[in-house]
Write a protein that binds this ligand. Structure first.
Ligand SMILES: NC(=O)c1ccc[n+]([C@@H]2O[C@H](COP(=O)([O-])OP(=O)(O)OC[C@H]3O[C@@H](n4cnc5c(N)ncnc54)[C@H](OP(=O)(O)O)[C@@H]3O)[C@@H](O)[C@H]2O)c1
Length: 294
């Protein structure tokens, strides 16, 4: 039995579906019953829990052989604080997994986690990586690049398709890497079948790096109509982030993160990972064409 926390996140849901398709038994943790309805219909066992409730994590871990941690509360605000979920909650999940005798713990981290990162969310994730490495559990850390579904489509492509315009935070001219969520899910399924992946940190992304402006241009070309692509100047993003902090700490962090990304080359070459894990990765061009034609 493989526990997915949480089963309604983009990645958790795709991973649960992939595992069910592969004939594996899946238990999906969600915060309310309706959020697990689609997976229950596919044969998953659904449990209710919350990363801020250690007892619910102990219940969820009972009798499972592997845990896939794929949740975050970056936008949780003060009501569902990122520090409580993204750091403490995940450390509690690791403790619960260890107490339950779990054989393999998969933690979804990110390419840009760093204990000294200016964005607290990425420091929380770095702290969890370290906690897991010290836990004594057999683990694999997966560090994906930016999800195409979120960072290419939701933030750039969707506004272009729906309104014919988009505002990109910052200059939008620093290259970065994107990856399709189902490809990360297939990697996780592969890792769960492969004992040699224990103890590894696996970085994953699709071939090719693109600036946010280039992503917008890919959508514009695929749409084939005039669209308006604007850039919010960096000083304005900095001010917005500071003003938002007391009311919207999550959005404030997103803006700080966007500023950091905007001023750093975050190119990534997946070739070494793909040599070890031969997964066919969807290109950003194919992804964009699918979104525009769907
Ligand atoms: N998005 C990216 O570009 C990206 C890139 C690299 C790595 N990652 C990592 O991949 C993982 C999955 O990300 P995603 O984008 O697929 O997530 P997502 O779709 O944004 O979903 C976030 C999930 O976290 C859950 N959550 C929030 N607070 C919680 C709490 N207190 N207890 C339990 N669950 C809680 C949410 O549940 P509710 O629906 O109940 O709120 C939701 O299911 C995360 O570790 C993320 O950091 C993401």
């Amino acid at each position: 039995m493989i526990l997915i926390v949480t089963a309604n996140s983009r990645l958790g849901n795709a991973t649960a579906r992939q595992l069910l398709e592969n004939g594996r038994s899946v238990r999906g943790l969600v915060r309310s019953q309706e959020k697990g309805a689609d997976l229950a219909a596919l044969g998953a066992e659904i449990v209710i829990g919350d990363l801020r409730d250690p007892e619910s994590l102990r219940r969820a871990c009972a009798g499972v052989t592997a845990v896939v941690a794929a949740a975050h509360a970056l936008l949780g605000g003060w009501g569902n604080k990122s520090s409580a979920v993204d750091e403490k909650g995940h450390c509690d999940l690791i403790d619960a997994a260890k107490a339950a005798g779990v054989e393999h713990f998969i933690y979804t981290s990110g390419l840009d986690v760093d204990p000294n990162h200016p964005v607290p969310f990425l420091r929380h994730k770095a702290a969890v990586e370290q906690y897991l490495q010290r836990s004594g559990l057999d683990y694999t850390i997966i560090r994906p690049s930016a999800f195409m579904e979120t960072h290419a489509h939701q933030l750039i492509g969707q506004p272009l398709l729906e309104k014919g315009k988009v505002s990109i935070l910052g200059q939008g001219d620093s290259p970065r890497n994107f990856v399709a969520v189902p490809d990360v899910a297939r990697l996780i399924a592969h890792v769960l079948d492969n004992p040699q992946a224990k103890g590894e940190i696996i970085e994953i992304g699709a071939p090719g790096n693109y600036t946010n402006n280039q992503v917008a241009q890919l959508y514009a070309q695929a749409i084939g109509q005039e669209v308006k692509i604007g850039n919010v100047p960096r000083p304005m993003v900095r001010i917005l982030s500071a003003v938002m902090w007391p009311f919207q700490p999550g959005l404030s962090q997103v803006m700080r993160w966007a500023l950091h990304t905007d001023s750093h080359d975050a190119s990534f070459d997946p070739a070494p990972t793909l040599q070890q894990y031969p997964i066919e990765m969807k290109s950003l061009e194919t992804f964009v064409a699918e979104q525009v034609n769907s």
